[in-house]
Design a protein around this ligand. Sequence first.
Ligand code: TMP
Length: 226
Amino acid sequence: MRGLFITFEGPEGSGKTTQAELVREKLEALGLRILRTREPGGTPTGELIRKILQHDAGGDELVPECELLLFEASRAQLVRNVIIPALQSGTSVLCDRFADSTTVYQGIARGFGIKLVQSINNFAIGEAVPDLTIMMDVAAGRGLERVSERSPHGKQSYDRIEREALSFHEQVRQGYLELAAAEPQRCVVVNTDRDRDVVAKDVWNVIESRLGEQIRKLAAALREQN
Ligand code: TMP
């Protein structure tokens, strides 16, 4: 039986990584095999691309077209070498950011347009369409504050994209809300400007209500295999 594919999306500092880890613990406790990964990155090639994207590691400033295609290149590698093989073997995948990030950051905030970006997304992801996407929602300014609070050098630790103007990050946040409204069967918005455990409860309720039955079937199939 194919594994489940859940993606966590949201603006900077929206708590994706923390919540994905808590979901991993819960799903493993129910008997699922879980692989957690992230974008950009998740493969040796993808992690190299991540360094270029986050810190202009090539040495010259990235043009927006190159930025867009590097995110997609990292994704194509991750999907084919990691995500699809995992799903086919019955392992469920939790991914910190995926194609919606490109739709929102490059399609909306950078201005390439949703249509163009979604068509490149489709080429990169092939059959790896998420079963569920949790859109972690926080006001852009609040999320950025959280990022600087957790970094040793505050705002000076911001990477290339975090350093964009607040208006860029506000477009990102708004873009996610619009995407979620356009695809309610796949996307659910969770307000993450609350206590970590309260957010975790909401995230789990979403997963249970959307995928509870599939989780139980998958756990039973994995028990039979062992
Ligand atoms: P993060 O993994 O720490 O959130 O950093 C990834 C950064 O890259 C974040 O600023 C969002 C940005 N990003 C895009 O602009 N487009 C994309 O397609 C992805 C996956 C990330």
